[in-house]
Write a protein that binds this ligand. Structure first.
Ligand code: HEM
Ligand code: HEM
Length: 183
């Protein structure tokens, strides 16, 4: 069991893993908030352009996710458990579920955009060509699934963040510290 809040360097994730983790978390938060705003704010606010921001951030998340998974498999530091067998199994399951949900969400996002037959631009800098013929009905089904998976990510990530805070403030071990950005 790690006893200090900020463990020694060898007991922490490497800088690249930490950077990918927090970039993913920020992107997911922004990707979740943008539809909440464009769907719920009064029309007069003119927030529909946020859909373009959402798609651009989605492209960025796809790149970060692929790079993150490649880094994890090829070079990222793998850390041992937290000292409790139950915690170790639970955290592996939750992390695996988060990766699966994120990959599924990116796939659904790309799929629904292609099926909508609409422009797929990255902040106006370049466009991704469509590889599917437009199909409104299937796009609508994927959109519903995308909505469900989006909420699932938020619930699982919130439980995951609560577990990290429980380690920090109740168990008072170094599990949160090993993913914290270096000072
Ligand atoms: C973790 C990442 C993501 C989350 C949490 C998320 C969440 C959401 C949510 C909650 C909606 C609203 C759905 C509805 O109103 O029924 C939405 C819409 C949408 N998302 Fe995502 N999304 C993510 C990633 C992506 C990605 C990677 C793409 C594709 C590049 C994408 C493309 C879209 C599109 C095109 C819509 C609009 C559908 C429409 O109203 O026409 N999303 N997203
Ligand atoms: C949408 C938000 C988030 C997502 C998608 C996410 C995802 C993940 C994933 C997939 C891992 C596993 C890393 C690996 O072994 O490859 C992880 C680890 C970790 N995350 Fe998050 N995370 C999010 C937010 C947070 C927040 C807000 C906190 C802190 C309050 C946090 C704290 C941690 C810690 C401490 C670890 C390392 C756990 C360990 O070493 O056993 N995460 N996260």
């Amino acid at each position: 069991m790690i006893k200090t809040a900020i463990p020694a360097a060898r007991d922490r994730y490497d800088r690249v893993t930490i950077a990918f983790h927090w970039l993913t978390a920020l992107a997911v938060l922004a990707l979740f908030c943008t539809p909440l705003l464009w769907n719920n704010a009064p029309r007069s606010w003119g927030l529909r352009y946020l859909e373009g921001v959402h798609v651009s951030l989605g492209i960025a998340l796809a790149v970060v996710l692929v790079a993150r998974l490649a880094w994890r498999v090829l070079a990222g530091r793998k850390l041992g458990g937290t000292g409790s067998r139950f915690n170790d199994i639970a955290s592996h399951v939750v992390h695996g579920v988060l990766y699966l949900l994120l990959v599924a969400q990116v796939g659904l996002g790309f799929g629904l955009r292609w099926l909508q037959g609409e422009e797929f631009s990255f902040f106006g800098l370049f466009s991704i060509p469509s590889v599917l013929s437009p199909d409104r009905a299937t796009a609508h089904t994927l959109e519903n699934l995308h909505n469900i998976v989006g909420w699932a990510i938020i619930y699982v990530a919130a439980a995951h963040a609560a577990a990290a805070l429980y380690h920090r403030y109740v168990l008072k071990d170094g599990v949160l510290g090993r993913m914290a950005p270096a000072r």
